[in-house]
Design a protein around this ligand. Sequence first.
Ligand SMILES: [Zn+2]
Ligand SMILES: [Zn+2]
Length: 218
Amino acid sequence: MIQIKRFPFNDFQVNTYVVYDETNECVIFDPGMYYENERNEFNQFISENGLKPVLLVNTHAHIDHIIANDFISKKYQIKLAAHKESEGFLKHAKEYGINFGIQLDEIKPIDTFISEEDTIKFGQSELQILYTPGHADGSLCFYAKNEGFVITGDVLFFQSIGRTDLPTGNYDLLQESIWEKLFTLPEKTTVYPGHGPETTIGYEKLHNPFVAIGKDLL
Ligand SMILES: [Zn+2]
Ligand SMILES: [Zn+2]
């Protein structure tokens, strides 16, 4: 049985997720811990629960989601997995960081390119990968079929969707990703977004004002 822990980190309040099962192996998504106290809090959670990180994953490579890629991959000696299209963002991450007052010393390159054909494996568990561009090139969501949850990065939020005014953003493509990849999941699927509280696919279908508009366009 997979368990999931959410940490809202840094000034962007990015949700960093730790996903683990009964073997204690875990995967870390979008490491946003920037401040010393955030890093300590995270490391303490890992050690207190006896977790063994085996992989680091980025849902996409916007600056707020990749802040601690280098820190986490070094600390736990784990590889970074992300979609190949995220490379462009990483190449410019230092400049983006400066614009937002974030100092990144080193940019960790992607070790393993992942796409829809792959799965994330840890312990006795598995997550399916969904390719969901539109908010940013290379955006991926991660679906735990048996447990019924999906990690959506900045594609779908509680009553909102990802912005499309940043480089590589594409509104129509984002709507397509949401309708074809996420809204085809069972209604009771829990959504763990990149910012803000959790929700469900069924709730968002009914109440998300941004996707109701999108449905008419498709
Ligand atoms: Zn983003
Ligand atoms: Zn974000």
